[in-house]
Design a protein around this ligand. Structure first.
Ligand code: UT7
Length: 329
């Protein structure tokens, strides 16, 4: 049995936060943000809109497009670093309940911006082992809830949103996920972290809200991201005897246009092969890849059999890549 990427869906909150809006909040400019990141605007969820609310909207689209009945989903895995509740219940169980799927296996994983590649690997493993048939995977983030809007080094980057996909069992090898790679380096965990709120820092008498916000060594992260991602995509293509020219869509995690450009250039990809959404959504962490796949789909540019190369890098540190055909309609 193989695992196939059967359908995609996403949800984008209505409120737009532009670079000019941010320039009124911190010492920055549209010109600086555009030049250093490629981001022009990002979406921000409503105050009462949770990560699970966004996840459900993305998931319902993905299920509808899969042609399956909701009841045929036998597992839900959510990648998020901005869950509804920090310890429990998991966002996946909240999503399952809101969708009327109370008996389904459901859990979250934490792999920051690489989250979607990790949940894809979990779906693949469960399906290929014969344990599950139709796995709903979701990347959903309310990054605005864990972002410090007085820190210009981070608040210009992040946005909110959700993306979901249905991964199904198939006997057709041409529809199968071809290869997938995930990795981590915990020695560089302090490059990107939310330092407080967990047992790693238990002795604080009073929890300060800002200690739960993202802190990032941006420039160091940038350099490692470019080097690691370039090696990772070169390896996955070589290991599978696939030439860069055969990739229909390179769909990287959308953190920074300059990172995407550097990796794309290393592979000598043409502009038409590279999918970009960073200008309109910013960095939505685990949601960015499925949101980008969904845009491609809704624009009519994702066809059955198109070969997709995914890559991502983020907190942990974690990274990964995947090579797969789109097996939807
Ligand atoms: O998604 C997970 C992985 N995350 C990433 O991959 C993020 C990787 N990092 C980045 O995207 C970039 O490092 C940033 C966009 C965050 C920063 O760009 P940079 O080119 O690495 O700038 P920098 O941090 O080296 O800062 C350069 C200068 C500094 O000023 P001085 O020290 O040269 O006077 C900063 O204080 O730019 C300053 N700066 C800003 N200026 C205006 C930093 N943030 C801003 C800002 N507006 N928003």
């Amino acid at each position: 049995m193989y695992a196939a990427f059967r359908s995609i869906g996403a949800y984008v909150p209505e409120k737009v936060l532009t670079n000019d809006d941010l320039a009124k909040m911190v010492d920055t400019t549209d010109e600086w943000i555009t030049k250093r990141t490629g981001i022009k605007e990002r979406r921000i969820a409503a105050a009462d809109e949770t990560t699970s609310d966004m996840a459900v909207k993305a998931a319902e689209k993905a299920i509808e497009r899969s042609g399956l009945k909701k009841s045929e989903i036998d597992m839900i895995v959510v990648a998020t670093i901005s869950p509804d509740y920090f310890n429990m219940p998991s966002t996946a169980t909240v999503v399952a309940h809101k969708m009327g799927l109370d008996k389904v296996s459901a859990f979250d994983i934490s792999a920051a911006c690489t989250g979607f590649i990790y949940v894809l690997s979990i779906a693949k493993a469960f399906i290929e082992s014969g344990m599950k048939k139709n796995v709903l995977i979701i990347g959903a983030e309310k990054m605005s809830a864990i972002t410090d809007y007085s820190d210009r080094g981070t608040c210009i980057l992040f946005g909110d949103g959700a993306g979901a996909a249905v991964i199904s069992a198939t006997e057709e090898k041409e529809n199968a996920i071809i290869d997938l790679h995930t990795a981590s380096d915990g020695s560089l965990g302090d490059f990107l972290m939310t330092p407080d709120g967990g047992t790693g820092n238990p002795h604080q008498a009073e929890l300060k809200a800002e200690a739960s916000f993202i802190q990032m060594k941006g420039n160091e992260t940038f350099k490692i991201a470019v080097r690691t991602l370039t090696n990772d995509v070169v390896d996955i293509l070589q290991n599978n005897d696939v030439a860069a020219g055969e990739i229909t869509h390179f769909i990287p995690h959308q953190a920074n246009y300059r990172i995407i450009k550097a990796v794309g250039d290393a592979l000598k990809l043409a502009d038409e092969q590279v999918v970009l959404t960073v200008h309109k959504y910013g960095n939505t962490s685990g949601a960015s890849i499925p949101m980008a796949i969904n845009d491609l789909y809704e624009e009519g540019n994702l066809k059955a059999g198109d070969l997709m190369l995914l890559d991502a890098f983020g907190g942990g540190l974690t990274w990964g890549s995947a090579l797969l055909p789109f097996a939807g309609k």
